[in-house]
Design a binder for this molecule. Structure first.
Ligand code: HEM
Length: 520
């Protein structure tokens, strides 16, 4: 162990020296060629007089001028960009309960996984909670005033965000809307079961099960937001489906590279940036076609499945550009998150046959074979709910919540000033035995046990407070119905362990699920 640590430190030192040389060279060049860098890098919190521990004292990877600590994800360095979630696990072991990373221009980013600190930050959010924007999207949208009047619901802040939120989300988040979608979600789940049933090979294995879940995410999000079925669950995938799915994947990759990688896209259009622009344009074109045809449709009537779409198109006081942007944001925010969450849930249930049998018995008791699932069935399906909550705890798609502090905070004697960017690692907190007994085990029963300390700020797969995900209610409904119907139809199994990657979201890979018919 000691040997390993020495070896590790040597590699870290060697990398740092190499990168310091490169940055010294860049500094020289920028000093004489650009002559402006000094102005930017002078933002260093440790320049303040030290009366108590400041951001600069927080431990973390070594920081380089200009590049900060992002070098740790560079090729041949400490961590892999597609395994950022594992990097944080390791950094919390190496540096302790609070970590400082630095983004470009040495802007500090603080990571914490302490339950009380997470609760304090989330409780103290004000009128307009600030989530750091996705820089690539914000940058691109600002460069296209012909298409966007602002950076959109996901990336805006302050009063502009509040206006978008007030005008665009009430229909989507209302329980009445969700009840209206119940028959459609039953149908979506039936179609999904047919699709995956047919996708099995001779050994009942559905190879690349995640791609089917992404199609389900795509079809259900589009049905919810655009008010019609698109056929993404049909046998043949249409060209539009492929374009939509590829666009969303590129968007997440580009976001990841922009946040954790070297943001060269700020200097010139890198390949990742070009991919991002192509994906944003493709999404825009597809959504435009649909919205434009709906806008000239004189019969814009509000049927059950069109209620969200109609509410967006008829939102008062919003420019048409804002409405299109909202639809793009909803679709992009919904597809992969839903797909990944479905894989994680089904994987955990597959690995726990005892849990699966309990779900089966509960579902069969509440909704006998041949009956559709109703709101009442779901209300009484307490074990089913517990299984989903426990899956969110153990394998959440969004492993942390990002916030910009709205007031000064203190943690472990460190002063964190207003404006600091913090990553609240709710997933790692959920895996801590101090917060949950036998935290790494999948035990839905814990949610039925009165003694489990149920914090509203730890298992927060949809975030928290005023910026919470507006798709939450719909997703919860869908997960319940899909799980209930799948367990009713199949014995679900999985060989080995599921691989996960980080693509700005926790993402499964090579999820080959085994589905055996129950009635065989
Ligand atoms: C399993 C599926 C989903 C997960 C795990 C998920 C998770 C999240 C999380 C963690 C946030 C950040 C919340 C915060 O900062 O407190 C968020 C925001 C958001 N989500 Fe979702 N989401 C899912 C599905 C959806 C769907 C289906 C939609 C659209 C219909 C959607 C639309 C949005 C939007 C627009 C925001 C930004 C809200 C704001 O900043 O005001 N999400 N989501």
């Amino acid at each position: 162990m000691e040997q390993q640590k020495k070896y590790w430190n040597k590699i870290e030192n060697a990398c740092c020296q190499l990168i310091t040389c490169i940055t010294a060279l860049i500094r020289l060049v920028s000093k004489y060629v650009i002559g402006t860098y000094m102005h930017h890098i002078e933002y260093r919190p440790d320049a303040q007089p030290k009366t108590c521990k400041t951001l600069a004292d927080i431990p973390g990877p070594r920081s380089l001028p200009i590049f900060g600590t992002r070098w740790i994800y560079w090729k041949f360095c400490l961590y892999k960009l597609n395994a950022v979630h594992l990097a944080y696990k390791d950094m919390f072991i190496r540096y302790g309960n609070i970590i400082r990373e630095e983004a470009l221009w040495n802007i500090p980013i603080i990571s914490v996984k302490d339950r009380d600190f997470i609760e304090r930050v989330l409780r103290h959010s004000g009128k307009y909670p600030i989530r750091p924007p996705n820089e690539v999207t914000a940058n691109y949208r600002k460069s296209r005033p012909d298409r966007y009047t602002n950076t959109g619901l996901v990336n805006e802040q302050g009063e502009v965000w509040a206006k978008l939120r007030n005008k665009l989300t009430p229909e989507l988040t209302s329980p009445r809307t969700i009840r209206r979608f119940l028959p459609e979600v039953n149908q979506l789940a039936d179609d999904f079961n047919t699709l995956i049933g047919l996708a099995r090979d001779g050994n009942n294995v559905v190879k690349g099960f995640e791609s089917y879940c992404n199609r389900m995410g795509l079809e259900s999000t589009c049905t919810l937001i655009l008010g019609k079925r698109f056929g993404f669950l049909d046998g043949e995938v249409s060209d539009t489906a492929t374009r939509l799915a590829d666009s969303v994947t590129s968007q997440f990759r580009a976001s990841q590279e922009a946040f954790y990688g070297l943001p060269l896209w700020k200097l010139f259009p890198t390949r990742a940036y070009k991919d991002f622009v192509a994906s944003e344009d493709a999404l825009y074109d597809i959504v435009s076609e649909i919205v434009d045809s709906a806008l000239i449709d004189e019969q814009l009537s509000c049927t059950d499945v069109r209620s969200v779409f109609v509410s967006i198109l008829q939102a008062p006081g919003l420019d048409n550009r804002d409405k299109k942007a909202a639809i793009i944001d909803y679709i992009a925010a919904g597809i992969k998150t839903l797909g990944n969450t479905l894989v994680f849930l089904l994987y955990l249930v597959a690995k726990h046959p005892d849990v699966q049998e309990k779900i089966y018995n509960e579902v069969l008791r509440l909704a006998p074979a041949g009956t559709a699932i109703t709101a009442e069935h779901l209300h009484n399906a307490t074990y089913l709910h517990a299984c989903i909550t426990e899956a969110h705890r153990l394998l959440p798609t969004a492993p942390c919540i990002a916030r910009v502090l709205e007031s000064d905070f203190e943690y472990e004697n460190y002063q964190l000033p207003t404006g600091s960017v913090v990553l609240l690692h709710t997933w790692l907190a959920c895996l801590d035995d101090n917060n949950f007994v036998d935290a790494s085990s999948y035990k839905p029963e814990r949610w039925l046990d009165e003694l489990t300390r149920k914090s509203p700020f730890l298992v927060v797969p949809f975030g928290c407070g005023k910026r919470m995900c507006p798709g939450k209610r719909f997703v919860e409904l869908e997960l319940q119905i899909v799980l209930a119907k799948m367990v009713k139809q199949f014995h679900i199994d999985f060989d080995g362990q599921l691989n996960t990657e980080f693509e700005f979201l926790l993402t499964p890979s090579n999820a080959d699920l085994i589905l055996r018919d129950r009635n065989c």
